[in-house]
Design a protein around this ligand. Sequence first.
Ligand code: IPM
Ligand code: MN
Length: 351
Amino acid sequence: MKEILVLKGDGVGEEIINSALKVLEEISNKSDFKYNLNFAEIGGDAIDKYGDPFPEETKEMLKNKDAVLLGAVGGPKWDNIESDKRPEKGLLRLRKEMGVYINLRPAKIYEKLLDRSPIKNEIVKDLNILVVRELLGGIYFGKRDIYVEKGIRKAYDVEFYDEKEIKRIAKYAFIAARDRRKKLSLIDKANVLDSSKLWREVVKEVHEDFKDVELEFLYVDNASMQLIKNPRNFDVILTNNIFGDILSDELSEITGSIGLLPSASIGDSISLYEPIHGSALDIAGKNIVNPIATILSVAMMLKFSFNREDLAKEIEESVKKTIEKDILSFDLNKENYYTTKDITDEIIKNL
Ligand code: IPM
Ligand code: MN
């Protein structure tokens, strides 16, 4: 029996997790895949209960689990808490604790949604990109401080990487590219940052073992333009923690909506699955959030943690069918939208 830890978090977290769990339940009813659910708190939800966004109680629950499914964290209610106790910090501590250094964010465009993209059809058609984002290093985890010196307020955040951190994720990205269209784009700011220069050096060295994969280098400012101008140039994007965060939001809008993109965070032990979007407090509790990013995160879980690509494919196909029937949530069709529950039911029906 597979043990899954579920952390719904804040805002729309509860609704998207409920949807995703319903889909998982149906998959299990229809197959030999069996699992057991365990629940714990993260983010603001955990602050309210324990005064800590990643409490010992939640950390303890990670033991003997096979995968973690997470909704979203954050919200204005916890905005004025000191930065070390914010909901987002809970997510970062969870990722660190789990050792998940590879964050996979696949982005595809559905034929049916071409008109939802702000980019012209002929440019965005067939877009299929995998973002491989480093998740445990860089400015997210570097030294930081905010202080007053001689009456002047000062602050800094350090972008730091060592070669081992770069090498392990670069290897993964080349292997992923080998299975796809064999092109890897390293996105950095090597014309300014020393940390980016190290990324280039190390990625070039790793490339020696992957000569069948084409490697290109792009500065992040140019890359964010190229993503809009010529997104089909990209196959696998490899980048650091902060650039990966920013570029994946850009990419999500290009594919139609941030409500569509799932993610898997992988390390040497158990993996974490979550949509790339946030807690969307403005639409929470209204039964209008798009559940697809989380449902597709469950598909990634089946594939990566449980080796059930067959079941993952079933979910992906069913999501596609639902979109093709024009059963779209509020983010994709404001005039004539279906509720979170409608979409979930339809995806279950199409399984
Ligand atoms: C994401 C989110 C998180 C991140 C936040 C909530 C800490 O934006 O997963 O993309 O920046 O990694
Ligand atoms: Mn983000």
